[in-house]
Design a protein around this ligand. Sequence first.
Ligand code: KIV
Ligand code: ZN
Length: 515
Amino acid sequence: MTKHVKIFDTTLRDGEQAPGFSMTAGQKLRLAKTLEALRVDIIEAGFAAASPGDFDAIHTIASEIKDSTVCSLARCNEGDIRASGEAIKPAASGRIHTFIATSPLHREFKLKMSKDEIVTRAVAGVELARSYTDNVEFSAEDAIRTERDYLKRVVEAAIKAGATTINIPDTVGYTTPEEIQDLFTFLTTQVEGADDVTFSAHCHDDLGLAVANSLAAVRGGARQIECAMNGIGERAGNCATEEVVMAINTRKDFYNLTTGIKTEGIYAASKLLATITGNPVPRNKAIVGRNAFAHESGIHQHGVLANRETYEIMKPEHVGVSTDNLVLGKHSGRAALKDRASKLGFELSDNQLQSVFVAFKELADAKKEVFDADIEALIMGETVGTQGPWSIDSLYVSAGSDDNRNPQASVKLKHEDGRALAAINEAAGPVNAVFEAISEITGHPLHLDSFAVQSVSQGKDAMAEASVQVSTKFESYHGRGTSTDTVLAGAKAYLDVINRIERRAVRQKKIAAQH
Ligand code: KIV
Ligand code: ZN
């Protein structure tokens, strides 16, 4: 049996469909390029029939991505499969992933279909998908809670119909490592035609076992793992790409398997996803959390200084976490910045380099020491955050515990069209006063759902990264801002949302004018 395990990344499909993780087509393309650079074997780019936006995003990704297979999800019905077939058409290598539920609960209550009807639909779906591509994946949704003999029957029928990958999802995150290993051993040895297909695991994390279950499935013969960066996905999420890849890599002695992943790009991919979706990675998250390679206690520090392996099972640089921390200062030039960015996993275009360089010079003036984390935050701010039409001209706040005075904010904003407007507001807190002043100037009354600030590097003058989640009557948005001043970072994050709203309105107007 082959020693290679394919990595099928579903960040852009299962991950993106989770509440709070939606992405625009442009953001999806950016992430797809990062996943391609990471060398994932298959990128599941979306669900073509879900919406015209999803279709377009898959089509664009299929046109641009050359080194990974681009896949679209489809239910086992004609409309979905045809939409997927069209969406992946431009791909250098495309796949249709079609699925139908097989468990008793889903048969009876969701599909209201008999066992025979489901087999017929599965076969028809796979056959239709094969008329678009010879790379067809079939999933038996809720396979884990499906009777074994029936699962075997469905899988055999899908293989006969032309499926080349058979996915066995633990849709509800119910299984355990022992159980799933046993199931995969059964399927890979007992199913007729098993040798002609790749078996795949798709595990959800409801019991916190998604990574362990995926590894156990591999022990049972699976040679594809479906996973998502930072473990995002429906409910508690999917198997985390970075965790399962590094487990296979670090424990090669045990699994004797390989993936094609360029692990040095893991950290940058995780950070990009967190920035795009506005969902920071928890500090203690395995592999990509801020504490993943930090050694705090004296005993641990002592051990690490003597020999890193006393408390480190992986080298931080193997996942792209830099250890030579103090990097650039105000005398550093463009080439040094470009080189540092590249070491951190970011290949900047000339335009991006220019805007990051300007921001870097401002930061280097405000801050004595510029750390990798500061540079990362700048890059994310300049390349992911939106620019304009509004920008902050000046901001001043007063705050404190004086019973006779409320915190006050004085804000001046500039608009691309030449307007310069100001407002002074009082509120219960200084950040609130700033947000209200910005809303008043721009004419966007927003509801603030959450506001969070964290420092990105060390020291009293560390850069702060602020993120806001706000909603209008119809939509929810997140915004992000960075600065060495916490309140200013918050103001930039709030304005980032308003800029997104205004730019979107301009785009929509343009589209309407074209039709
Ligand atoms: O969890 C699941 O069953 C899925 C399928 C569509 C593969 O995401
Ligand atoms: Zn899923």
